[in-house]
Design a protein around this ligand. Structure first.
Ligand code: GN1
Ligand code: MG
Length: 371
């Protein structure tokens, strides 16, 4: 970060209900959508305190006010449960710090939306699985998150991104992007396009079952990447589920699947050497155990049976989204190099193919929980 950028952030920070003197500004995290900063304040002689300041992506979240209303509602609900269980409400869920005018966000002169969170002390996050135990912890944390929200009034939640995990609609958007080919990139990715087309049935799978009323809609997180769980530095317990931007009614299989596509992969999401990319069955088994246990017996047999399908479809959908964005000129996900979205798409499709090859094993693993 350069000085003018720092000054800009300091100016924004002035509008939040912070106390003390701002002594440090750093970029933070690896999200693909929002811009995140870690601010350090010195409060008199009492030492320092850190807070998160985030610019929300208003192209993607068209109604930031509604998103913040969701987050306030969900986090207040979680806080109450955490306190009842003797937990620490400042560590185990997100805490929004309001702007000086009391609103949960601040709009700057250029129309950008900002928000702030309490920084959860002595925690860390990972972009790749470091140990099996950590992966179990993340699974338990996401499962538990869902189970805590099982009685949340789902009808009060706004849909922050319409049809977010509607794979059927994602498929239609993809087809349109191929047809329009605004960047003239389609010819170069015929193989990837074919990969998507060959699996159209997968795109319709969950939407069809939902229409037939076969699956329960739950309040789900919808962005269950490993780096959306904070781990305690010392105990390595999964302490806090963050990034509540897409908490909406959804499918348990989607939450499960998104974690698998990201965390059970043997390589980074944007790895260019595809020979390194595969879906680790041991990690798949560990996540399955942690997630089912975290959900505390709330998943139906049908949901458990469909967990492998969730993994495959979420990976397919994510790859399709990266490819769509590549075709549309990299307008959605942040990219840091040429062809970044294409690299990401290829890892996802490699994972899908690998899951297809390991399908029987995945079925066997979840079957143990159906007895
Ligand atoms: C985005 O912002 P981040 O990194 O948590 C995206 C997810 C994708 C993910 C792929 C709102 O998540 O849906 O799965 O990138 N979030 C949104 O890494 O689109
Ligand atoms: Mg996110």
């Amino acid at each position: 970060m350069n000085n003018p950028e720092r000054q800009q952030i300091a100016k924004i920070a002035d509008h939040f209900a912070y106390e003390g003197k701002l002594i440090g500004i750093k970029e933070h995290g690896n999200g693909h959508i929002n811009d995140t900063f870690l601010l350090t304040y010195e409060i008199g002689n009492m030492g320092t305190i850190k807070v998160i300041l985030q610019r929300m992506n208003k192209e993607i979240f068209a109604k930031p006010e509604q998103m913040m209303e969701n987050i306030l509602g969900v986090s207040a609900f979680l806080k109450e449960k955490i306190i009842k269980r003797g937990g620490d409400p400042y560590r185990e869920t997100v805490n929004v710090i309001p702007a000086k005018d009391g609103k949960p966000y601040y709009v700057d002169d250029t129309g950008e939306y900002w928000r702030s969170y309490v920084y959860v002390l002595d925690t860390c996050s990972f972009d790749m699985v470091q140990s099996k135990e950590d992966f179990y912890e993340s699974a338990y944390a996401f499962g538990h998150f869902q189970s805590l929200l099982a009685d949340y009034p789902a009808e009060t939640l706004y849909e922050t991104i319409a049809n977010f995990h509607n794979t059927k609609i994602r498929f239609a958007t993809f087809l349109k992007a191929v047809e329009e080919d605004v960047m003239g990139r389609a010819d170069e990715v015929r193989e990837e396009i074919q990969f998507v087309l060959d699996r159209e049935a997968d795109a319709n799978f969950f939407t069809d079952l939902l229409e037939q009323g076969e699956l329960p809609l739950r309040v789900t997180h919808n962005d269950t990447k490993l780096n959306n769980v904070l781990f305690d530095n010392v105990t390595h317990k999964g302490v806090c589920v963050v990034d509540l931007d897409t908490v909406m009614p959804g499918l348990a299989m989607h939450d499960f699947g998104d974690s698998i596509r990201f965390g059970a992969s043997t390589a980074a999401e944007d790895e260019q050497d595809l020979s390194k990319v595969s879906c680790d069955m041991e990690l798949f088994a560990i996540y399955t155990k942690g997630y089912i246990e975290g959900c505390g017996g709330k998943l139906t047999a049908r949901e458990i049976e469909l967990l492998p399908m969730g993994a495959k479809i979420m990976t397919y959908e994510c790859g399709m989204r990266f490819l769509t964005d590549y075709l549309q000129g990299d307008v959605y996900f942040k990219t840091h190099r040429e062809g970044h979205n294409l690299d990401r798409c290829r890892t996802q499709f490699k994972l899908v193919a690998d899951m297809e090859a390991k399908w029987e094993t995945m079925q066997e693993i979840v079957k143990q929980y159906l007895k």
